[in-house]
Design a protein around this ligand. Structure first.
Ligand SMILES: Cc1cc2nc3c(=O)[nH]c(=O)nc-3n(C[C@H](O)[C@H](O)[C@H](O)COP(=O)(O)OP(=O)(O)OC[C@H]3O[C@@H](n4cnc5c(N)ncnc54)[C@H](O)[C@@H]3O)c2cc1C
Length: 521
């Protein structure tokens, strides 16, 4: 992952087989699928990898219990299959997480046990643990943070959990490992068309230098999530918006609000959604909401009523009611939903399955989907480009493809702060061992060390303070105040490595502090 190598290829390759616009879960998946089939592949991301929705998920690799309740069995089966594949192909990034649904009334536990037994059966050979009923005492012991009156019984089931931005970086590295090129801070500003009006490339700007490029390609894929309407408009200036953003927020609390290893799943909140409280990096992530918003933004703002809704639901279940002062971080993300044809339909009823389209001008769009199904989405997208005659027939290779950093399957049992780097962890440890300054933690309450920043700069295309503190490490998402406290010294460390002058360093810290404010209640 060296930017200079990628940029050199831009001038060396006269026509790429595939150019992917967008470096979130969807685009990274498509680029990895294309390059491993043997297509020359370039991915362009306008900001940082996973800066959009892909860093703001609930961090679940799941079939979606809610979709089963809605009868979308095909979507659940597909997602459970993909969950099992990710567990095998990237064990360093996949954690099996137990979830407990509290059985408040006498009938709720048997009802959910049956539903989750079915959920489990749908995963077939790729099951990651069996659903079982919990008696009152066991439910109370395991969910000691939940009010007794909610726990007449319980149901325990299993799903996957991950770190979304670490998987995104791993995918970018896997693209490079397989001979592809992935560049962040590279925005597509227009589409090139041939004399038949068919898309044959893109115009792009290197946002770090301002240099512009005209890039030729046989297939151009729009994988820009909630920003897809902008690319659609480059193709058809008068097209109606196809994507509506639906916002979901999460609050991050200290783990003491739900001690133990189990996650809490509330199957029906007052707004009819599910709510999760999931242990993550020694904190508790609680969410989410579903609110239609007007426009797609890179830093969507949590709405007061969403914050209140999560606090109220948490208060209803948890013995220790969290208040605003307990919130370590609040983050919002936007689901790229297909605009509902029926105006009265609420966003939670719109299917989360993905949709691939090839337009008359041969632009390939991939809309919607989930992090969990990124691999299948990618396979379907590249197949569609082949079926449209843009690329020659070549079979998909990603079903069993081990991702960058793959190590043995039980890595996660011994979780350490470096687990998510997989095989690369050894090199980061060696860096820390070689220099006392690199072994120092960046904040006294967190295990992140300076060696990880050095690694992020050298091997993970990190260029800004935010890249490091929000996505290569997750401090902004785990504790915004702590991230603000670490900002100055981390910026000074980066300044030495990246040759920032005082003005740039001051600006990086100032920009980051604006974010810290937004992630703090
Ligand atoms: C609140 C919430 C919770 C969720 N939880 C889960 C979960 O637990 N599990 C799960 O499986 N899924 C979950 N999802 C869904 C999942 O996060 C998304 O489906 C996925 O991240 C979307 O990825 P994407 O690549 O399509 O979009 P994005 O991540 O937004 O990526 C699109 C990228 O395109 C780039 N881009 C835009 N315009 C241009 C341009 N002109 N040139 C170059 N690049 C451009 C953007 O910068 C952006 O990085 C959740 C979603 C939300 C909102």
């Amino acid at each position: 992952m060296k930017r200079e190598n990628g940029i050199k290829k831009l001038t060396d390759v006269s026509c790429w087989d595939v150019v992917v616009i967008g470096g979130g879960a969807t685009g990274l998946g498509v680029a990895l699928d294309a390059v491993t089939r043997g297509f020359s592949t370039l991915l362009l991301e306008a900001t940082d990898f996973a800066k959009g929705t892909s860093s703001r998920s609930t961090k679940l690799v799941h079939g979606g219990v809610r979709y089963l309740a809605q009868g979308d069995v095909a979507l659940v089966r597909e997602a459970l299959r993909e969950r099992g594949r990710l567990a095998k192909n990237a064990p360093h990034l996949f954690k099996t997480q137990s979830f407990i649904i509290p059985g408040e009334k006498w009938w709720t536990a048997p009802y959910y046990t049956f539903g989750l037994w079915l959920y489990d059966r749908l995963s077939g050979k790729l099951s990651i643990g069996h659903t079982h009923h919990l008696g009152k005492n066991e439910a109370k012991n395991r969910l000691s943070g939940v009010k007794d009156e909610k726990l007449n019984a319980g149901v325990c089931y299993y799903d996957g959990q991950f770190d979304d931005t670490r998987l995104a970086i791993t995918l970018a590295q896997s693209i490079t490992d397989n001979g592809g090129t992935a560049l962040n801070y590279f925005a597509v500003t227009g589409l090139e068309k041939d004399d038949k009006g068919q898309v044959c490339g893109v115009c792009a700007t290197d946002k770090l230098t301002g240099e512009t490029f005209n890039i030729k390609a046989k297939a151009v894929v729009n994988a820009t999530g909630v920003f897809a309407n902008e690319i659609i408009a480059m193709d058809e200036p008068h097209a109606k918006p196809r994507i509506v953003p639906a916002q979901g927020i999460h609050l991050v609390l200290d783990k003491e609000f739900l001690p133990g290893d189990d996650a809490l799943m509330v199957p029906k909140t007052s707004d009819g959604r599910v709510l999760f409280a999931v242990p993550w990096h020694n904190k508790l992530v609680v969410g989410t909401t579903d609110t239609l918003v007007e426009k797609a933004e890179y830093e969507p703002k949590p709405i007061e009523k969403e914050i209140q809704f999560i606090l109220d639901t948490a208060k209803d279940y948890l013995k220790k009611a969290p208040t605003r002062a307990d919130v370590r971080s609040v983050f919002a993300g936007l689901r790229p939903l297909a605009a509902p044809k029926d105006e009265g339909k609420s966003t939670k009823e719109v299917s989360r399955s993905h949709k691939v389209e090839v337009t008359g001008s041969k632009l390939v769009h991939i809309f919607g989907g989930k992090w969990t199904t990124y691999r299948q989405m990618a396979e379907d997208t590249v197949n569609a480009a082949i079926d449209a005659g843009l690329l020659p027939q070549k079979p998909c290779q990603t079903v069993d493809l081990r991702l960058h950093g793959y190590t043995t399957a039980d890595t996660y049992l011994d979780e350490t702060p470096l687990t998510f780097y997989g095989a690369d962890a050894k090199q980061i440890t060696a860096l820390a061992d070689s220099d006392e300054a690199l072994a120092k933690p960046i904040h006294e309450n967190f295990p992140y060390v300076y060696a990880q920043i050095q690694w992020a700069i050298d091997h993970e295309m990190a260029y800004t303070l935010e890249d490091v503190l929000a996505r290569r490490m997750r401090l902004l998402f785990l504790d915004a105040k702590a991230a603000g406290e670490a900002a100055q010294s981390v910026a000074e460390f980066m300044a030495l490595r990246l040759n920032w002058d005082t003005e740039r360093t001051t600006q990086e810290v100032a920009d980051f502090k604006v974010l810290v404010k937004q992630y703090t209640l």
